[in-house]
Design a protein around this ligand. Structure first.
Ligand code: ALA
Length: 495
């Protein structure tokens, strides 16, 4: 069934090899999470125990990645977890995952665009001061941020006095144009940015290490090592003024965002030259590389600056400012911008391809989301729709709310993918599996448990947001998808 999906018209070009796929993975992974969210996590939730948060979150992702890799090797078509769910758990579950993946890709892109805007503004500021010799170069306040934010201390929404985040809107528009033009050009731009980003991360680790003061690592876990709540009731660890869990696990649930993206490799399966072998390789290789780098960066960051002085907008570049190295701050903010751009590119590349897969199954309008451009061979209408959605959310909603919503949605998708591996092995034990998740069933079960734990370590209001999101999804499915689905129509025809 899945392989038959790979035939027919409207196919995409097969041009990506294993290292390009790993590059796309790393391109999708290292971004706003490590460059921006580490600040909030260390400052408000973990202290230096952020290093451990990266270990825990990385472990959850490794379990899920092994399950993704098994599926990706079995079903090397566009659409990622959505396609796997379609084949194993049926249409309704597939729809839930597909709808959930909109959180993972489109809403994540908005979060990432916001993070880009922080570094862009940091960069403008230093550029103005150091290069142009002005006080600083700043945008009009009205254009710098989303118009409101959520205050964790009071648990209420507060006005920021701005109108919209203009740089975030601008970068979303630029990416959309680039992506409509084609994946080959996009892959080339991406490779350059991935190299710059890796160089900057190495720089942060290599140079930053000389400015580490081990005294800053004490106390190691000022908020404790836990942070779990069950729908508002604290189960383990401390709780903040607004009711959110605090501690190492709570930090892990926030910086989980930094790992999102490894599964983007699987959405590019249809454009891979040898997807059965290269997609699992790309997923696991990119995740392992990033985990190691993250632990090192968080050790350096919390060693350079006392945790309660870590900057929450552009923490990594600010740490170099703190160390008295303005040129390094300049370099890091430039590199972070390039790095975050590459995340945006891959995320915004992936979303229309998931929509394409859903459109092929008739769950969303095929004439729109299934349309492939005659010359560029890209799903251009879906790409433009994604661009508008990303730009709007990024302009008007606050970063932290977007990031947490993305995390809970993605964690749910991971839980479903791990469950689907368990189900598939049971109902279809003899299917060809070029890559098998090892230590079955330990890996998928641990994947489910660790992802659930992280879901309960997020501020509890995210459950409500997730349920509202899923409810909107059900409305669309029962209002449109179920009646137009290819599967539904073929069942009706056989009656
Ligand atoms: N992992 C990606 C980032 O941190 C989404 O920007």
């Amino acid at each position: 069934m899945l392989h038959s999906e790979m035939e027919g018209e409207n196919r995409l070009h097969r041009i990506l090899g294993p290292w390009q796929l790993t590059g796309l993975g790393v391109g999708a992974i290292i971004g706003t999470g490590i460059f921006v969210l580490t600040g909030v996590a260390a400052h408000d939730h973990t202290g230096p125990a952020l290093m451990l948060s990266f270990v825990v979150s990385g472990l959850a992702c490794v379990f899920a990645a092994l399950c993704y890799a098994e599926f990706a090797s079995m079903a090397p078509v566009a659409g990622s977890a959505y396609t796997y769910a379609y084949a194993t758990l049926g249409e309704l579950f597939a729809w839930i995952i597909g709808w959930d993946l909109v959180l993972e890709y489109a809403v994540a892109s908005s979060t990432v665009a916001h993070g880009w805007s922080h570094y862009f503004q940091d960069f403008l500021n230093i550029f103005g001061q150091k290069v142009l010799g002005k006080e600083s170069l700043v945008l009009p306040h009205a254009l710098t941020n989303a118009p409101f934010d959520y205050d964790t201390a009071t648990g209420a929404f507060v006005s920021t006095g701005t109108v919209l985040d203009f740089p975030a809107l601008a970068i979303a528009a630029i990416m959309t144009v680039l992506l409509v033009r084609g994946i080959r050009e996009s892959a080339r731009v991406n490779s350059t940015m991935v190299i710059i980003k890796l160089a900057v991360v190495m720089f942060v680790i290599g140079v930053g290490a000389f400015y580490v003061n081990p005294a800053n690592w004490h106390p190691f876990a000022p908020f404790g090592l836990a942070g779990v709540s069950f729908f508002g009731h604290t189960i383990a660890g401390q709780t903040g003024a607004g009711g959110e869990p605090l501690g190492m696990l709570a930090g892990a649930a926030i910086i989980f965002f930094a790992y999102i993206g490894f599964d983007a490799v699987s959405t590019q399966a249809e454009e891979a030259k040898n997807p059965k072998r290269d997609v699992p390789f790309g997923i696991i290789a990119s995740l392992v590389v990033c985990t190691i780098l993250y632990i090192a960066v968080s050790a350096v960051l919390t060693g350079m600056v006392p945790y309660d002085q870590i900057n929450v907008d552009a923490p990594v570049s600010a740490a170099f400012g703190h160390a008295g190295l303005p040129w390094a701050q300049f370099l890091v903010s430039l590199g972070a911008m390039a790095g975050i751009t590459s995340v945006l590119l891959v995320m915004m590349l992936s979303q229309p391809r998931i929509l394409l897969a859903m459109a092929r199954d008739g769950l969303i309008p095929k004439s729109f989301f299934g349309a492939v451009h005659g010359k560029f061979r890209t799903p251009y209408k879906g790409t433009i729709a994604t661009g508008i959605f990303v730009g709007t959310l990024a302009s008007f909603l606050p970063l932290r709310i977007l990031a947490e919503l993305v995390n809970i949605g993605t964690l749910l998708a991971f839980v479903m993918v791990c469950s689907a591996v368990l189900v598939m092995r049971k109902i279809n034990p003899t299917a060809e599996r070029p890559f098998r998740a090892p230590w079955f069933p330990f890996i998928p079960i641990m994947g489910i448990l660790t992802c659930l734990l992280l879901m309960f370590s997020l501020p509890p209001e995210n459950w409500v947001r997730l349920i509202v999101w899923l409810a909107i999804g059900f409305l669309i499915y029962f209002g449109y998808g179920k009646r137009h689905s290819v599967l539904g129509k073929s069942h009706a025809a056989h009656k």
